[in-house]
Design a protein around this ligand. Structure first.
Ligand SMILES: *[C@@H]1O[C@H](CO)[C@@H](O)[C@H](O)[C@H]1NC(C)=O
Ligand SMILES: *[C@@H]1O[C@H](CO)[C@@H](O)[C@H](O)[C@H]1NC(C)=O
Ligand SMILES: *[C@@H]1O[C@H](CO)[C@@H](O)[C@H](O)[C@H]1NC(C)=O
Ligand SMILES: *[C@@H]1O[C@H](CO)[C@@H](O)[C@H](O)[C@H]1NC(C)=O
Ligand SMILES: *[C@@H]1O[C@H](CO)[C@@H](O)[C@H](O)[C@H]1NC(C)=O
Ligand SMILES: CC(=O)N[C@H]1CO[C@H](CO)[C@@H](O)[C@@H]1O
Length: 537
């Protein structure tokens, strides 16, 4: 009821799709609407016996069928887990006999395709390869009782192969955003973003090296948490860089994202970066308190803002909401080293050098690789040998980043770049800015020069929906996807120092509860699956 009431409060320039959605919510008030259902609502319905996890899996599979290859052909999902229904049945039985394991018991979640269970990174080169075990984050989800519903499409090789459109992989094809037909879903966790945005699963995991969680979360109207590098294990995740990769949740609410992060965080002997985190994983759901912005100081680094007046105007406008919630805004609060950071090429050196080493380490650890690829040189050759699938003209022929990476060596320039990034990103970057202006966090549009400072620092970001491109925006030409169009969502980012996720979640939750921007606009009608729980009961 609170949910519907809030919707009515927004009753401004409503799209009729939204009115239809609202009235359907009223009719089905006993069962959660899967477009928006929260993990807590699903858990509540499961506990009350209104539906089972088997029902949930059936409903989500039907919803995927409706929009993935048919209808708008969003290509968000690359693979459905054939044993999901069996896992659901066994979790239903366990709930009856022993009770739920916790908040994720029986909740279906999608994994980005670079997270190993049945793997491949969207490329055919690792298709059918056998990892030694589940990725640690997948194992943690399973242990918490979550159902791994399947794999989400992505920008192949997490967008590290070369200059190709976001959301394309050889195996999954071109994924597109649910908020405008044919629009760029951003990436590289594209399918995770699309799938969460329209309820093809309760939520999804993504991974980020520089922007790959927060950018598609922003574009797909989601809350995304890019954790500190070392909060969540990367063991079993196809890498770009051991220094920058991190795994995090992409969900429809801060509460859902916090519940998932609580489960997947923690030390892992298989990923020694995780040993640097505090001994005890916080229960991030304890950060979901009211008044979370009261008395805190947020700095606005204007030099990193995007070149987009609609986003910047929405950001400017929302500052008054944040002030009303009790925060002090320091504006501008520019990074002391902003100019150097914008000009720096150190990150490219680090990533290019790391990828060649880290991808080989990853492949070396696989038990079986049917294609026989062993290293980056083999991957490049594989793509050339399978050009029809992997390098289809005219849009997806590039593998220049692979080629540059193959040409690198671990040398003194690499170590200098690593040192420079720690200095630029941490000492004189995020930490320097927090200290200089006495801030609790940094606040800016997610689509600016936002992910890079956090990427080179290895620091966290939480993004929350901020607004939508207005109707008078002209849709750009598809090349092959549409870069800007009416209704495309964008987010606002809270950025902080290492392991400050608990506070960032607190700030983000206070902001989300005061604004509820996500439901101010829905996906385009054909992209909204019709199947609901009542259709499978
Ligand atoms: C992790 O282990 C590798 C070698 O096994 C070592 O080179 C690296 O310094 C370690 N990293 C951390 C953060 O402990
Ligand atoms: C937003 O506010 C800043 C600082 O007050 C101002 O410089 C900028 O022009 C504003 N942008 C828009 C689009 O309103
Ligand atoms: C790396 O960053 C340092 C510090 O700003 C800078 O002096 C150097 O030119 C950068 N190197 C590259 C390759 O961009
Ligand atoms: C490979 O690296 C060498 C030395 O750094 C450079 O001169 C050459 O241009 C690079 N080639 C490619 C294809 O990047
Ligand atoms: C587009 O609409 C917005 C309000 O949604 C308005 O502020 C802006 O001035 C309009 N822009 C143009 C170019 O008409
Ligand atoms: C689960 C699913 O729908 N997978 C599809 C992903 O995209 C590829 C390429 O379009 C299809 O062949 C798969 O069936």
């Amino acid at each position: 009821m609170k949910f519907a009431f809030k919707l009515l409060l927004f009753g401004l320039a409503f799209h009729c799709q939204l009115i239809i959605a609202v009235s359907s919510l009223f009719q089905k008030n006993a069962l959660p609407d899967l477009y928006e259902a929260s993990i807590a609502e699903l858990q509540d319905g499961l506990e009350k016996g209104l539906f089972t996890s088997v029902d949930l899996v059936k409903a989500y599979f039907a919803r995927i069928d409706e929009v993935n290859l048919q209808g708008p052909a969003l290509r968000a999902v690359i693979e459905m887990n054939p044993s999901a229904q069996k896992q659901a049945a066994s979790l239903d039985f366990e709930r009856k006999t022993k009770g739920p394991r916790g908040p994720l018991h029986g909740i279906p979640i999608l994994l980005k395709d670079n997270i190993a269970t049945m793997i491949s990174d969207g490329s055919f080169a690792l298709l059918g390869s056998v990892p030694p075990r589940d990725a640690t984050v997948a194992a943690k989800l399973r242990a918490a009782g979550a159902i791994l519903l399947g794999k989400a499409n992505l920008s192949e090789w997490a967008h590290f192969r070369g200059n190709i459109a976001s959301g394309w992989s050889g195996r999954g094809g071109q994924a597109t955003c649910a908020y405008f037909p044919g629009a760029d879903p951003s990436g590289s966790s594209s399918g995770s973003g699309i799938a969460s945005s329209i309820g093809l699963a309760a939520a999804a995991l993504g991974s980020e090296t520089d922007g790959s969680i927060v950018s598609p979360s922003s574009r797909n109207n989601l809350v995304g948490i890019k954790p500190t590098v070392g909060l969540t294990s990367r063991a079993g995740v196809i890498p770009i860089s051991v220094h920058q990769d991190t795994v995090g949740p992409m969900a429809r609410s801060v509460a859902d994202a916090a519940a998932i992060l609580t489960v997947i965080a923690g030390r892992d002997p298989l990923d020694n970066f995780t040993l640097a985190q505090p001994a005890k994983v916080p229960d991030f759901t304890k950060a979901l308190v009211s008044g979370g912005l009261r008395g805190i100081r947020l700095g606005v680094p204007r030099l990193f803002f995007p070149d987009d007046n609609n986003i910047n105007a929405a950001f400017n406008e929302t500052l008054s909401v944040i002030r009303e919630l009790g925060a002090t805004i320091v504006d501008p609060a520019d990074f002391p080293d902003a100019g150097e950071m914008l000009a720096s090429n150190n990150e490219t050196i680090v990533l290019d050098t790391d990828f060649k080493v880290d991808v080989k380490t990853y492949i070396d650890g696989l038990l079986k690789v049917p294609t026989g690829v062993a290293d980056l040189a083999d991957l490049i050759a594989f793509n050339i040998a399978h050009a029809a699938e992997e390098l289809p003209a005219p849009f997806y022929t590039d593998q220049s980043e692979f080629i540059v990476s193959e040409n690198t060596t671990v040398d003194s320039a690499y170590f200098a770049a690593l040192t420079a990034d720690a200095d630029l990103g941490r000492t004189r970057g995020i930490d320097g800015t927090l200290k200089k202006f006495n801030l609790d966090a940094i606040l800016l549009p997610t689509d600016g020069f936002t992910s890079t400072p956090a990427a080179i620092a290895g620091y966290p970001i939480v993004t929350v929906p901020l607004g939508f491109q207005p109707d008078n925006v002209t849709a750009t030409r598809a090349n092959p996807v549409i870069e800007n169009a009416p209704g495309l969502p964008f987010g606002i980012a809270f950025m902080g120092t290492a392991f400050s996720e608990f506070n960032l979640i607190k700030f983000a939750f206070a902001y989300e509860q005061a604004t509820h921007t996500r439901l101010k606009r829905l996906a385009f009608p054909a992209a909204i699956p019709k199947t609901q729980l009542e259709d499978v009961l």
